[in-house]
Write a protein that binds this ligand. Structure first.
Ligand code: AMP
Ligand code: ZN
Length: 112
């Protein structure tokens, strides 16, 4: 998607502080952190959000959790919140699926 911010990060057209990268996933620090440690894990493939997933994405979607935990461990984040916003009312602003990983402070429940 030529006008997608995260596709541009994947393509290297916009810089990001990368934490992990492989053939189909990328993790990088969030530019506006909501916790002392806040990074994003994305599929390199343009998927809008969970509602856009197809059966062929099952392995990729599951992999995002494994990469999230791996990067969290590497960053000494031993407890973390995973957030995926799907749709504008849920708070999604970037319409390329991303998993927020937040750690380094106590988390509230219910979330706002
Ligand atoms: P969401 O509201 O779930 O769509 O989250 C989008 C996230 O992307 C927000 O937490 C933003 O701070 C983050 N973000 C936006 N632009 C960038 C960027 N260039 N690099 C890193 N994170 C970004
Ligand atoms: Zn995209």
């Amino acid at each position: 998607m030529s006008d997608c911010l995260f596709c541009k990060i994947v393509a290297g057209e916009i810089p990001a502080e990368k934490l992990y990268e492989d053939d189909d996933t990328l993790a990088f620090w969030d530019i506006a952190p909501q916790a002392p440690k806040h990074f994003l894990v994305i599929p390199k493939k343009h998927i809008v959000g969970p509602s856009d997933l197809i059966k062929e994405d099952d392995a990729l979607a599951g992999k995002l959790f494994r990469i999230a935990a791996k990067v969290a461990a590497e960053q000494d984040i031993d407890s973390f919140r995973v957030v995926v916003n799907d749709g504008a009312e849920a708070g999604q602003v970037v319409f390329h699926m991303h998993m927020h990983i937040l750690g380094g402070r106590p988390m509230n429940w219910p979330p706002g």
